[in-house]
Write a protein that binds this ligand. Structure first.
Ligand code: NAD
Length: 262
């Protein structure tokens, strides 16, 4: 069998490490490279808290790509490193599956151009959990039937960006599903990236003990509807990440979110 060769960037982090462990159980996928700025030289499987993978953590992405010839690069760096990592993968013609959050619309435009110029696909998903994708779909379905909506997103205290990519994406889906909807009553709108200001208010909670959670609350006269999704462990993201890794090379250009793969 021709196994898909995978390089994990941010392999010593929470998400990268969970992916390194997940790859060990997949016959058709092979971890060939692992990049991080910590634990350099150590075995990536051991760093991830699993069995030895026989792959040492490298600290230079370009050199790791040259040394390991990956088919797919999976990116779980902090937001500050996301664009540089995607740029490096696409210019080396390595298909990119990107879980890092915090990209701007300008970043997505640059990714589209990089995909086109280098003939290499990229997929960026703000949330790889299937339940979160369903939550966003249900929210869009409910949106035309309610006057107002607000979103509460709750994450662990180390999450660098706020509001979360999932919350922004949900707000956009709600807005698009009811473009004539009234703006919410209340003091301020959410900071937005291309979202009509103030349409859906977003609230961000950061606390130890949380992983990734979101409530979408709708209100109309005499009733409310709450849709809630909880990622209780990072394993919840892995079926979506592995699906994207398996399918990315059949895609062209930039794909946003995994909805179209389900
Ligand atoms: P983390 O801080 O645990 O891990 C990030 C890792 O990247 C660290 O090991 C860090 O040393 C490493 N790193 C930093 N700079 C680097 C560089 N230049 N090159 C290579 N590695 C570098 O963070 P995390 O909780 O694993 O989250 C990572 C990203 O994934 C965040 O943006 C987070 O919001 C996102 N995330 C996405 C999903 C999703 O479903 N899309 C789910 C959870 C988290």
């Amino acid at each position: 069998m021709n196994r898909t060769r995978v390089l994990v960037v941010g392999c010593a982090g929470q998400m990268g490490g969970t992916l390194v462990r997940a790859l060990a159980g997949e016959d058709d996928l092979q971890l060939v490279g692992a990049v991080d700025v910590v634990s350099v030289g150590d075995d990536a499987g051991v760093v991830a808290g699993g069995e030895p993978a026989g792959v040492a953590v490298a600290d230079g992405l370009a050199a790791a790509v040259d040394a390991t010839s990956p088919d797919v690069g999976a990116v779980f760096t902090p937001p500050s490193e996301g664009m540089a990592t995607v740029r490096a993968l696409l210019t080396h013609r390595v298909a990119a599956v990107v879980g890092t959050t915090g990209f701007t619309e300008g970043d997505f435009e640059e990714m589209e151009a990089l995909c086109r110029d280098h003939g290499t696909p990229a997929l960026v998903a703000s949330n790889f959990a299937i339940g979160a994708v369903l939550m966003m779909g249900f929210a869009a379905q409910a949106a035309p039937h309610f006057d107002q909506a607000e979103i509460i997103e709750l994450h662990h205290e180390r999450k660098a960006d706020a509001p979360s990519g999932t919350a922004l994406r949900t707000a956009r889906a709600i807005t698009e599903a009811r473009p004539e909807g009234p703006p919410p009553a209340g003091p301020e709108g959410a900071p937005s990236r291309g979202l009509p200001q103030g349409r859906v208010r977003l609230h961000s909670i950061r606390l130890p003990g949380l992983v990734a959670h979101q409530e979408v609350l709708f209100g109309a006269t005499g009733q409310t509807l709450t849709i809630r999704h909880d990622s209780l462990t990072r394993e919840s993201f892995m079926p979506g990440v592995l699906l994207a890794i398996r399918r990315i090379r059949g895609l062209t250009g930039l794909t946003r979110e995994i909805d179209s793969l389900l």
